[in-house]
Design a protein around this ligand. Structure first.
Ligand SMILES: [Zn+2]
Length: 306
């Protein structure tokens, strides 16, 4: 495709993304407030005033209204702006990744669902089953187009199994499910998209993403509770692991260092886990961030980097 034509199409895909993002905001809001997607017409959630047409232009309205309702001046959630802009950017990036193809169309739908589910999970810790099922449906189509039905079926099965096993293990510690069934459905849906082998990479990546987001918050929480023992255990473990990594890279394969390092990492790791699980006596003690967003971030990263 000539470069100028590509840019022209990319521009219109960006604009389309903004408009779809605007629609996704409605899906999110009406879903969480249990209203129909089509009716009633959009209104301010605070003063119930019906919005004028120019209050619904993606990005621009938010900027023109300075993030406030035209009628009652109540602050409008930045969610609208963020969702619209991210949808526009992701749609454009997907176009550059997949070109004009059936894969692109499926990916636009899949990413739209990623966005909706990320926001409902972040806002209310809710994953709607129906969203996960639709995601699985388009995941199967995508997998059919690129691999086969068996690959998708195995992926779904694997995603559900892995999450349910983790949930069962978590049950031993917190005496209730470590996470909702929504996360299991997401893992199953991702299995449909990726198939069984890449799914493992995506799930491991999700754990890393989750740890990177949770760790600073968790340490801050411990600090507020003056639980310095656990902080020290955590930092010791991370330091030992980091030092071990550096030494093993520099020293190459030196068997005695390798073993000593592994033992130190394992012991400090176990001590750390003991300290952390000691603090978790009830579910409210655990810092529970929704896991859905971490899975979607990893899935998106995998799609773009692959
Ligand atoms: Zn208002």
């Amino acid at each position: 495709m000539p470069e100028i034509l590509t840019l022209y199409i990319a521009f219109w895909i960006f604009i389309t993304g903004l408009c779809i993002g605007s629609f996704l905001n409605v899906v999110i809001l009406r879903g969480l407030s249990n209203e129909s997607i089509v009716f009633p017409p959009s209104k301010c959630p605070k003063c119930q005033h019906k919005l004028k047409w120019w209050h619904n232009i993606p990005l621009l309205s938010y900027i023109l209204l300075k993030g406030k309702c035209y009628f009652c001046h109540e602050k409008i959630s930045p969610q609208y702006f963020i969702v619209e802009l991210s949808t526009g950017i992701l749609f454009t990036a997907l176009f550059f990744k997949f070109g004009l193809s059936l894969n692109l169309l499926l990916m636009l739908i899949i990413f739209s669902l990623f966005i909706v589910m990320t926001v409902t999970d972040l806002k209310e810790k809710i994953i709607f089953d129906i969203h996960a099922f639709i995601l699985a449906g388009f995941g199967i189509l995508y997998n059919l187009l690129n691999h086969n039905l068996l690959n998708a079926a195995l992926g779904i099965l694997e995603g559900i199994l892995i999450m349910e096993v983790i949930a069962a293990i978590g049950y031993l510690f917190v005496k209730s499910r470590a996470f909702g069934t929504g996360d299991t459905f997401i893992a199953g849906a991702l299995g449909a998209i990726f198939g069984w082998a890449p799914l493992i990479i995506v799930l491991v990546l999700s754990l890393v993403v989750q740890a990177l987001i949770t760790l600073p918050l968790y340490i801050f929480k411990l600090y507020k509770e003056k639980n310095f023992k656990t902080i020290i255990a955590l930092i010791t473990f991370l330091l030992i692991a980091a030092i071990y990594k550096i030494i093993s890279l520099k020293a190459g394969i030196n068997v005695s260092i390798l073993y000593a390092g592994v033992i130190a990492v394992v012991i400090s790791g176990l001590y750390c886990v003991r300290q952390i699980t000691r603090n978790i006596k009830s579910k409210s003690d655990a810092i529970i961030l929704p896991f859905g967003p971490a899975m979607f971030i990893s899935a998106a990263a995998f799609i773009f980097l692959n």
